[in-house]
Design a protein around this ligand. Structure first.
Ligand code: ATP
Length: 317
């Protein structure tokens, strides 16, 4: 297994019409979850990936498992819970571009992930443990599961990659800051965004964010700068620099860019590319995700990625 991750996935419902949801009658459903987005991105690039999670023993749980398995991610460590349901959420387009997100995830099956959910034999077979700051925010037992996974990963010398992905709605600012910094301290590679740098260290300056995170221990930091690309810094290889973002004519849906970006960087590193080349792959995939509706739909396979990187025209004939 190349990359293993632990986290919740949910079914997302989007009303077909804009306006308050009390008037909505028809919905589109999709699967959603930061960790599965990244795992699916990696699977599309032909890396072996595995997802550790819990879903309800219900139709939405089956939907999630089928969809994630269908994208090539191993789901053998996804438990089905008879007591708790699969989490769902809604994105309500209240007016204009104003979107309200409604979560029905409290006490969801995934919120009962716990240290026993982490199978040491399974995790020890991986090369990379990929974690986000969402999982520890779900519940105390989820937080413990993440720290258990970190401990096992360290014992078996997996590379720990961490995307803070701070969800302010899920926990208090103090708990978020403390836990994120603690996990960052255990990680080898961290992918903060500039606004997360502002929250954690009071600066949105990429170099300063990277320096502050290096102080905690991680060797490699990649700071995401939205459409401008990313700043990277690796202490052991003495590699620092900026990778430019790719120009996107029209952003259709910006959500999921960060997860695609993570897939690109990790994929590049697994392929033996330099940090700069890996970050460029991340920027390309982040940009591609913004051009398509949905979080996973824009994630490219290798052929499509090559096409994007080499294309001079927007039309493929
Ligand atoms: P998310 O919305 O998924 O949480 P994020 O805040 O973690 O995203 P971003 O910085 O928005 O991360 O995006 C990650 C990467 O994707 C950027 O570093 C950039 O390379 C690429 N990207 C994002 N938005 C754009 C854009 N509008 N144009 C070009 N590239 C983009």
């Amino acid at each position: 297994m190349d990359v293993i991750s632990i986290g919740e996935a949910m079914v997302l419902f989007t009303p077909e019409t804009s306006g308050p949801m009390r008037y909505a009658r028809d919905y589109t459903s999709r699967i959603a979850g930061a960790e599965i987005n990244t795992l699916i991105g990696l699977a599309k690039l032909e890396h072996e990936t595995g997802w550790i999670s819990r879903v309800g023993s219900d139709e939405f749980g089956a939907m999630l498992k089928n969809a994630v398995r269908g994208e090539g991610v191993d789901v053998s460590e996804v438990a089905a819970d008879d007591e708790a349901p699969t989490g769902i959420f809604f994105k309500e387009n209240v007016y204009g571009d104003h979107v309200r997100v409604h979560y029905y995830r409290k006490h969801s099956a995934a919120s009962f992930l716990n240290p026993e959910s982490i199978n040491e034999a399974y995790l020890s077979e991986g090369k990379v443990l990929y974690i986000t700051g969402i999982t520890p925010a779900l519940s105390d037992s989820c937080s413990k599961a993440v720290f258990q996974a970190i401990e096992i990963a360290k014992k078996h010398k997996l590379t720990i990659v961490f995307d803070p992905n701070i969800r302010y709605k899920l926990w208090t600012e103090e708990k978020a800051r403390n836990t994120i910094l603690e996990i960052a301290g255990h990680s080898d590679i961290v992918f903060p965004g500039t606004s997360e740098g502002e929250f954690l260290f009071g600066t949105s300056h990429p170099e300063k964010i990277a320096d502050a995170l290096h102080e905690l221990g991680p060797d490699t930091i990649v700071v995401k700068k939205g459409e401008e690309g990313a700043y990277y810094s690796c202490l052991s290889k003495k590699e620092q620099g900026h990778a430019e973002g790719f120009r996107v004519k029209q952003v259709i849906d910006p959500v999921g860019a960060g997860d695609g970006f993570a897939a690109g960087v990790v994929s590049g590193l697994l392929d033996g590319l330099s940090l700069k080349e890996s970050v460029t792959r991340g920027c390309a995939i982040g940009a591609m995700v913004t051009m398509v509706n949905g979080d996973i739909e824009g994630l490219p396979d290798r052929k499509t990625l090559e096409l994007f990187l080499s294309s001079k025209s927007d039309v493929s004939r």
